[in-house]
Design a protein. Sequence first.
Length: 179
Amino acid sequence: MVFFPLTLDISQDRRCGVIWKDRTRLTGWGEASVPNYHGQFIAITGLVLLYSTDLRKLPLTTTKRGVDASSNLYSQVKDLMREATKSLTSFTNKWKKFPDKLEEIYKSASYVELDDLRRESSTREFTASRKLPGIKKYEPNYPLPEQANTSTKIIFVAPKTRVIRAWERSTYHNSVLRT
C-alpha cells in the first residue's frame, strides 16, 4: 500500500473531522494536473488530520458531518493533497508496463497503524512547503522500474544533401528497404 500522510496541527488538542474513501474533486481527483480516479490508482491512500480545540477553525460544514470545501484552510490543504496525489499517480504511471513487479511491491508492503506511522514520521526528513509557510512535508523516494535503454536520440544540423547520403548508406535505411 502506498501511503502519503499529511498532518496539519491547528492546535494541540485532538478533536478532528474526517473524510474517508472519497475519490471526487472534494479530495482533488480530476483537478489541476491530477487525473480522475480509476482502478490503476487503487493502492493510493491518503490521510489528512486537522486538529483544533476550537471546532470553528476546522473546515467543517454547519452540520459537522462534511467538509466545507469553500474554506480557505481546506483549499490550502487540498493543494497539498493534490500535490501528494500527483506524486503517487506519477509513480503508478511509471510502473504501468510492469504490473507483475508493481504487484510484488504492493504485496511486500504492510499496513501501518496510525500511531506507528506518527512515530516513524518523526524519523523522516521533512521539507518546508513553498506554498504554505509553516507547513512541512515528506517527499518519499519511490522505487523506479528497471528499463532497458535500447535507443538513442541524435540531433545535429547538416546540409540536406549530406543527410540524405548518410541515410542512404545507413544500415537502418537498407533494412527498411528490405522489408
